[in-house]
Ligand binder design. Structure first.
Ligand SMILES: C[S@@+](CC[C@H](N)C(=O)[O-])C[C@H]1O[C@@H](n2cnc3c(N)ncnc32)[C@H](O)[C@@H]1O
Length: 445
């Protein structure tokens, strides 16, 4: 069978994200896995998929007056948006090539004349050039220019000020970095750097985590080092949560919201005689932890269990863990570069609902921590409601806990906010992230 072209794979992925509400990163991994594409073409697919979703509101604006969506042809809008993305955001693709490719793809999807609609719309877009939205209403202007829903623009401006908000908006439409974390149990940073040099893969050091590197190469999961478990894919901001637990080799650690296991594995890498118990509310997600732990050679240090973390002390008992990590379910607004579709599906009501669940999870696990134990709370979002406010509400209900300054392997004032770590996605082009570190007093129970 003839292999599909890069643009056909990108289009299929976009259709799946738009129509089936699939996560872009999962849909993309799935599409690329057995595609037979070269790494150059895989990079192109990745760029087309992320770029189109990232700029969706802006791209829709470019065709809103000349295209009416056809429910019977759900491939048309994604194809148009992907083509307009190439016209206005990718310098290296000439207009006629975008037009020819779009015609070919349209003919693969339809036997009738619908391809002419695609052709007509794109010719129109090319002829009139980029349409500037009106700046009369600043919120709606920023929303269209940066493809961010209006409520989120308003939230950013209100909470972080105009300048910071614009800097965040600008940065989250950049492609995400290709970041790896080195598995210290299997290899060393020097050995990984030497291997990358031999392969001609460029890399730079992370500014915030000594265990992380940013690679010039996209499909990291195709690298031999990935297959052997020497490296894993993890944003450098996300590595800081497990680092801040300061795990000792014999610790019993609870990872209360663990799947897919990025931080569980990081914790296990620090253990010799201890164990990490990894919970997730969804049973089917436990396999992801097991698969990742096997690849990274730490499966024997991890126990997985399906459990709602709100029921931990009730179900697992009190005072049993030396350290607990609550890497809570959250709105994911720090991950917009990696999961750009999240910005279109979340509303402020989600932020409020999630903050209640987050507090309930902290309440559910806290009795299971030993006196003097450490409880780290983290999220990959940047809303106060899910971060500082959850921690303050928890502390108000639990005088036996106190805040400590988050431990960082490589200290960096730019990501600290008082005792917390609070990383904005524009500071180092990492994911947005939040960490609080809490200690339980000795006198408790
Ligand atoms: C932010 S993700 C965790 C990411 C993970 N710590 C890692 O580093 O790979 C949050 C996880 O919490 C799980 N979850 C949501 N509600 C939960 C609950 N009440 N109890 C336990 N797990 C929950 C979700 O299924 C999801 O896998």
């Amino acid at each position: 069978m003839k292999n599909k072209s890069a643009r056909r794979i990108a289009l299929e992925t976009l259709i799946s994200v738009f129509k089936n509400k699939s996560y872009s990163n999962i849909a993309l991994n799935h599409a690329l896995k057995n595609s037979g594409l070269s790494s150059h073409d895989k990079n192109l697919v990745t760029q087309l998929v992320y770029g189109t979703i990232q700029h969706q509101i802006y791209l829709d604006y470019q065709i809103h007056d000349i295209f009416k969506e056809n429910k019977k042809a759900p491939w048309m809008r994604p194809l148009l948006l992907m083509s307009v993305y190439q016209l206005f955001f990718l310098d290296r693709v000439p207009n006629h090539a975008v037009l020819d490719e779009a015609n070919l793809l349209a003919k693969e999807y339809t036997k009738n004349n619908l391809y002419k609609v695609v052709n007509g719309v794109l010719r129109n877009v090319i002829r009139r050039g980029q349409q500037k939205p009106s700046s009369k209403n600043p919120v709606s202007y920023l929303s269209t220019v940066y493809s961010i829903p209006e409520w989120l623009v308003e939230y950013f401006v209100t909470h972080f000020g105009q300048e910071k908000a614009e800097s965040i908006l600008q940065s989250i439409n950049q492609p995400p970095q290709n970041t790896i974390r080195i598995n210290q149990k299997v290899t060393t940073k020097a050995a990984v750097c030497q291997w990358l040099d031999e392969q001609g893969i460029n890399y730079t050091e992370s500014e915030i985590s000594p265990d992380s590197l940013h690679l010039s190469y996209g499909p990291i999961n195709q690298l031999e080092l990935f297959e052997t478990g020497a490296i894993t894919i993890q944003d450098d901001s996300a590595t800081l949560a497990a680092q801040s637990l300061r795990v000792q080799p014999g610790d019993n650690v609870l990872d209360a919201c663990a799947s897919p296991g990025g931080k569980t594995i990081q914790i296990a890498e620090e253990l010799t005689t201890g164990t990490v118990t990894a919970l997730d509310i969804h049973k089917n997600k436990l396999n992801l932890i097991k698969d990742n732990a096997t690849r990274l050679q730490v499966a024997d240090l991890i126990e997985t269990q399906q459990l709602d973390a709100r029921l931990v002390s009730q179900e697992l008992g009190t005072q049993i863990y030396d350290k607990i990590l609550v890497d809570a379910p959250c709105s994911g607004l720090g991950l917009l570069r990696r999961k750009p579709e999240v910005k279109y599906t979340k509303a402020f009501s989600d932020v409020q609902k999630l903050s209640q669940i987050q507090l309930a999870i902290l309440n559910g696990v806290c009795e299971s921590l030993k006196p003097n134990g450490r409880l780290v709370y983290s999220t990959c979002t940047i809303t106060d409601e899910e971060n500082e406010q959850v921690v303050q509400a928890f502390l108000a209900q639990h005088p036996e806990f106190s805040l400590e300054k988050v431990y960082l392997k490589a200290d960096n004032e730019a990501i600290r906010s008082g005792d917390f770590v609070r990383i904005f996605p524009d500071t180092y082009r990492t994911d947005g992230f939040f960490i609080a570190s809490l200690v339980k007093s000795e006198g408790e129970q």
